[in-house]
Design a protein around this ligand. Structure first.
Ligand SMILES: Cc1cc2nc3c(=O)[nH]c(=O)nc-3n(C[C@H](O)[C@H](O)[C@H](O)COP(=O)(O)O)c2cc1C
Length: 91
């Protein structure tokens, strides 16, 4: 997976006056690190939210993240989009 170079973001930040939202293959530790660097204002999650409707709570508590069923993406129906359960809690 290609990552955005921090040098690019540093230069982008110098020229772009608005808020910067970073998205793409992030996990919580990487998101915290980017936010802490001050190079981005917000970290966004796409696919992880599909498989984890309770994503913020799972991340906060360090619970396992469910993996998305990517073969169901772009299928035209609700299956694989809105039928993932919330985390039941640690065993
Ligand atoms: C099933 C699916 C549908 C998506 N639909 C859109 C869309 O309609 N418009 C858009 O800008 N991005 C869309 N995206 C891209 C996401 O917004 C996001 O940029 C991408 O998933 C990378 O972030 P992530 O690694 O956190 O998922 C879609 C991604 C997926 C997996």
């Amino acid at each position: 997976m290609r990552r955005i170079p921090s040098d690019f973001l540093r230069r982008f930040r110098r020229h772009f006056p608005g808020p910067i939202i970073l998205c793409g293959a992030l996990e919580s530790r990487a998101a915290e690190s980017w936010l802490g660097s001050g190079l981005v204002d917000l970290a966004a999650f796409g696919v992880p939210f599909i498989a984890n409707p309770d994503l913020p709570e799972r991340m906060r508590r360090g619970w396992t993240l469910a993996q998305p069923k990517t073969d169901l993406f772009y299928g035209g129906g609700a299956a694989g989009y809105s039928d993932y359960p919330r985390f039941e809690g640690p065993a």
